[in-house]
Design a protein around this ligand. Structure first.
Ligand code: FES
Ligand SMILES: [Fe+2]
Length: 416
């Protein structure tokens, strides 16, 4: 059971909170590249309860500063991009991406006051269509060299959507494989349909195991044919999941990034090792997401649940777009789920392990140590055993060993 105190440790991520201190030890996505292409205007962003401005200087270098000008608090997202930085439109103070105040043109000639001013500033890295920021203390760690972060443009797709709830609810949904047999289920599957396995065995065997990179979860469904449907999904603490997502020779990744304690962004990455992804993924998300990265089906319209569809076609009555179904159940648990009232069952085994390692990581930070998953040494920045896949295996194959025998480039993710 999760106590009130543990729930607060896990869910509160604002400045100065233990959970926030943990999240700040990791590079976090702060925007999509598409939100801040070269030459674009600054954008206000909120991350881990902090109001910030993300901009590019004239050289194209991204910078993340406190939103409010160090002078008298004007909103820097209205500022001008010029002269090597971001200039406040109130009195013209100019800041570079490191937060140095380069100019204070309204001060007397010869004043050196600007040398003593520092705007809050955080390091940024661009990778794989995402802009990452490091909000923690000291030297930033390495950006993990996950395979999916190295995919070139034509073999990746990145987007995000807004969630009206605490990040941990989305995070935990990724660790829950049993819900595929209910929430995401269609009522009928044809013989050629990849999704039929979810109704052939609705109570998968679950085996979470701790690894160097986080948690690997085997979820195994015993099929009528005598074969096993084996899915390997992964949790990368503190807020990332990787799992097969219907992508040929690749997989899907979710980052659940707190905006504040009651809202978060779900960043999605799809990547393929060999073939270009094509247009279909973009078209599906284009139809379901608005330009403000809000889902078409929301809490406000009750996710357009259709009771007739529930009788004839889908378990949830919310169409075939899994993300809207996920949003309904994660947001439905409340802005911050009260975990003291839940009844954790066998199907939640992976979630229980994830909470345990997150609490340990929080304690490590409180004790002044790097949490286990922070990487500072290039020689440790390798993830050969991070695989996400789905296979149908004959009943006598040991699924703990099978994936080790398949070269990565032959990995094929079946539909999730
Ligand atoms: S408030 Fe920004 S320069 Fe004065
Ligand atoms: Fe889901």
């Amino acid at each position: 059971m999760t106590s009130q105190e543990e729930n607060e440790l896990l869910t509160h991520t604002g400045p100065g909170t233990p959970g926030g201190d943990l999240m700040r030890r990791f590079w976090q996505p702060v925007a999509l590249y598409d939100e801040l292409p070269t030459g674009s205007a600054p954008i206000p962003v909120r991350l881990l309860g902090q109001d910030l401005v993300l901009f590019r200087d004239e050289r194209g270098q991204p910078g993340l500063l406190g939103l409010h000008c160090a002078h008298r608090g004007a909103d820097l997202s209205y500022g001008r991009i010029e002269d090597g930085g971001l200039r406040c439109i109130y009195h013209g103070w100019l800041y570079d991406v490191h937060g140095r105040c380069l100019e204070q043109p309204g001060e007397p000639a010869g004043s050196t006051f600007h040398e003593r001013i520092r705007q809050t500033a955080y390091a940024c890295i661009e990778q794989c269509g995402l802009i990452f920021a490091y909000l923690g203390p000291g030297q930033p760690p390495l950006l993990p060299a996950y395979e999916f972060l190295s995919a070139p443009k034509e073999r990746r797709f990145a987007t995000k959507y807004f969630q009206e709830c605490n990040y941990l609810q989305g995070n935990e949904g990724n660790l829950d494989q049993t819900h595929f047999s209910f929430l995401h289920r269609r009522l009928h599957y044809g013989p050629e349909d990849h999704g039929a396995y979810v109704i052939e065995d609705v109570a998968p065997t679950l085996e979470p195991e701790e690894t160097d990179f986080g948690i690997r979860v085997y979820s195994v469904r015993h099929l009528r044919s005598g074969r096993n449907h084996v899915k390997i999904s992964n949790f990368l603490p503190p807020n990332v999941a990787a799992f097969s997502g219907g992508i040929r020779d690749g997989y899907s990744v979710h980052y659940h990034v707190p905006i504040d304690d009651t809202h978060h962004w779900k960043y999605l990455l799809h990547f393929s090792r060999s073939a270009p992804l094509g247009e279909r993924t973009g078209q599906v998300f284009g139809a379901e997401l608005g330009p403000d990265y809000r889902l078409r089906l929301t809490k406000a319209n009750r996710y357009l649940q259709d009771r007739e569809e529930m009788k004839a076609a889908t378990f949830s009555g919310m169409g075939d777009f899994f993300h809207a179904q996920d949003a309904c159940v994660t947001e439905g648990a409340g802005t911050i789920q009260d975990r003291t009232g839940e009844h954790v069952a066998y199907s939640d085994r992976a979630i229980v392990v994830a909470r345990k390692i997150l609490l340990q990581a929080i304690r490590d930070v409180q004790a002044g140590r790097d949490p286990h998953y922070v990487i500072r040494d290039e020689s440790e920045n390798l993830f050969p055993e991070l695989v996400a896949r789905a296979d149908e295996l004959s009943g006598d194959v040991d699924w703990h060993e099978h994936w080790k025998t398949v070269p990565k480039h032959q990995h094929v993710g079946a539909p999730a």
